[in-house]
Design a protein around this ligand. Sequence first.
Ligand code: SF4
Length: 383
Amino acid sequence: MENLTESRMTKREFLRFFGTSFCALSAAHLFGLPNALQAQIVKKGLIKTKLSPYFTSLEGGAIQCELCPRRCRVSKGKRGFCRVRENRDGNYYSLVYGNPCAIHLDPIEKKPLFHVLPSTTSFSLATAGCNFQCKFCQNWEISQASPEDVYNYDVSPELIIKKAKEMGAHSVAYTYVEPTIFYEYMADICSLGKKAGLLNVTHSNGFINQTPLRDLCKVMDAANIDLKGFTEAFYQELCGGELNPVLETLKTLKREKVHLEITNLIIPTKNDEMSVIKEMCLWIKKELGADTPIHFSRFYPLYKLKTLPPTPISTLEKARAVALSAGLEYVYIGNIPGHEGEHTFCQKCKKMIIQRTGYMVGEINVKGGKCKYCGKPIPGIWA
Ligand code: SF4
């Protein structure tokens, strides 16, 4: 999952830098509003709700949420696992519609999406809540929070699009926590964004049911999906989730022609077995295609995995070599600025076609979606 702050910032540094109301600070800066107006849009607690289109009614006023594979059964007055959906008199409501708690203008390289309009900015947002409980979550302060625990902004989809355009963003990104949990808000912004000529992009854990996913594919342009590991045991023990629905999401995104990239965060002793990484790469090649970009990302100790060391660079390099030898064509290393694995190389002429250092982009030698040197088509969205 994409970090809200610099990837290598520790929790202590994070809190010292931002304080407890980091979101309020970022929004105030972003919107450039006078103090009196800020007070009107920055609020603690619930602001508004929206009826979910994805639930079925059960006996006695209970409901079953149909949004993600958890399929929570929720009795009257209670909330689902993700903390942001509530059964009110037999109807199921999103509690975070129009109420993001994090808004940032990010380089699209931070998503990471390396094959989508390089060197542009993405207007990025999240609400509280998540449908996973990853022990290594970089954004646990908001992902493991209820809407009442954080500062939220009263920002309509229309205002999101207006501000994104004003600030020169080329895309809106649904990110930081699992965007499925604020699906209704995301879907409405997506529709408006399309009409306004903005791309819609997401960084997601892929844990979503097929019906809402296929509906979302009509308005989503690009997705980076976390493939956090390649065993059910990893998903159960480290994330409180399941692998198989994530694999189904990847196949659907491919089928629906949403530009797809994958992130695999390599955690020492947890998912760094090269034989499993090889198995994962072969699955990606067979099911999604050899030209699916994959990002092997460096883990830094935080949240509930503080006792583990950062991923050795040699481990990431071994994973990259395994992926390339399995036949994957665009294999990146993340969270190590300056590493050769950040650049894009043409698979035909082998020349460097996009140069990167961290989130900074240097030369871009992709013209009209093709390598400038040899004309090989490069997968992605380039204009
Ligand atoms: S979206 Fe939330 S409430 Fe719905 S099934 Fe998933 S975790 Fe449960």
